[in-house]
Design a protein around this ligand. Structure first.
Ligand code: NAD
Length: 369
């Protein structure tokens, strides 16, 4: 999608940070460490929390409870949305319609239906909405992708994710803590590594008898991906001993060899014959530093960034499809999930102009991304 650019005038991009919770503080450090952006506003429903952080800065920034109002006062040119998932849709919608591009934390929204509404809002306003999938910004992941390309089209890609964190708080009470809060990272990385979108999934979700989570903390999902490869995610969040890295442990198998990545160290490849990976580009930074810099680069140049809303909704769609498959104990086709999400988006959309775009997608046979 073409979006409005903000040409480089030699000045840093003025940004407003929305949400000053746990992850918001990490974003504050990323913004303060990036010379290409300047923090001009801090927003949270808990204004006192935002004010306390503002008081600790070495200069004045505008503080408030509303992103659009704070941007108007402070001259903010873009919004960085690090609120809880349920707030992603209202905060991003208001910002886009106020003429502000948005860099938002994952997931794109609470549901795929809301994600489609945001894709439509981005089209109407011409403003960029990029979702930060921070685990994509990793040199080792990019090297692993090159290795996979070198061993031929992958037949199968697997992730094992086994950890035993005691978070306390909302994750312990979620219905699908592993799939919704964690596996969305790996499923998104799988889309990146294989360079294609999912076709279908079969998934079993379960909760081990010793689990300290209310919802299902274990799952195994098999995705058929475009091009025919299978992607298998298997993991548990109550699996003490010999834990994997937070990225998970990966294997890719192709016609000309195999590649392994333990998620923490350089990946390794065993390629048959003379097939060798060719080192190409690397991300602009690590984790959220990388996604922040890619967002600025996109606004300056008009180049579509990774995580642009139209393609990112497929990562959340993989999660929703896996949950649906586990519930029905049946193979679920992603196109059906997208059709149902578009129907729901139309039923629940509050804005007439967004509904018009959603209807046009429906009339042309469905969402095409
Ligand atoms: N990329 C990663 O590795 C990673 C890690 C942790 C969290 N996250 C994501 O970051 C986001 C925030 O997570 P967190 O752990 O910081 O949550 P949190 O609950 O600690 O903080 C969220 C903050 O948002 C504020 N907020 C809620 N609704 C708001 C609204 N409408 N307007 C303004 N402020 C609002 C809350 O008051 C709170 O201060 C989530 O989307 C989460 O999935 C990503």
């Amino acid at each position: 999608m073409n979006f409005r650019t903000i040409p480089d005038d030699g000045q840093p991009l003025k940004v407003v940070l929305v949400g000053v919770g746990g992850m918001g503080q990490a974003w504050l450090r990323a913004i303060e460490g990036c010379p290409e952006v300047e923090l001009v506003g801090l927003v949270d429903l808990n204004v006192a929390a935002a004010q306390a952080i503002a008081d600790g800065l070495d200069r004045r920034v505008t503080v408030g409870a509303d992103a659009v109002a704070v941007a108007a006062i402070s001259g903010g040119q873009a919004v960085i949305d690090v609120t809880v998932p349920v707030a992603h849709h209202p905060v991003t919608t208001a910002s886009l319609f106020a003429g502000l591009p948005v860099l938002g934390e994952k997931p794109v929204a609470s549901t795929v239906a809301q994600g489609l509404s945001l894709a439509a809002a981005s089209e109407i306003t011409g403003e960029l909405f990029m979702v930060s999938q921070s685990r994509r910004y990793n040199d080792q992941l990019w090297e692993f992708k090159e290795q996979i390309a070198a061993i031929g089209p992958a037949g199968v890609l697997t992730t094992e994710f086994f950890k035993a964190p005691h978070f306390g708080g909302f994750r312990d009470e979620m219905d699908h803590p592993l799939l919704l809060d964690m596996a969305v990272h790996q499923l998104d990385s799988a889309r990146y590594l294989l360079g294609g979108d999912p076709i279908s999934v079969y998934c079993e979700e379960y909760n081990p008898s010793w689990s300290w989570y209310r919802g299902d903390a274990g799952c195994t999902a098999i995705f058929e991906m475009a091009g025919g490869a299978r992607y298998v995610f298997t993991g548990s969040w109550c699996s003490p001993g010999l834990e994997t890295s937070w990225n998970g442990s990966w294997r890719a198998s192709g016609e000309h060899g195999s590649a392994l990545w333990n998620g923490d160290q350089a990946p390794e490849v065993e390629a048959l014959g003379s097939t060798q990976p060719i080192a190409g580009a690397r991300p602009l930074g690590d984790g959220i530093d990388g996604s922040l810099r890619e967002f600025v680069h996109a606004l300056r140049t008009g180049e579509t960034p990774m995580g642009e809303v139209h393609e990112n909704v497929y990562s959340l769609a993989m999660v929703e499809a896996a949950i649906e498959s586990g519930r029905r104990r049946a193979r679920v086709v992603l196109a059906d999930v997208m059709t149902a999400a578009l129907d729901t988006a139309l039923e629940t959309e509050a804005r007439e102009d967004v509904s018009v775009v959603l209807k046009s997608w429906q009339a042309s046979g469905g969402y095409r991304g």
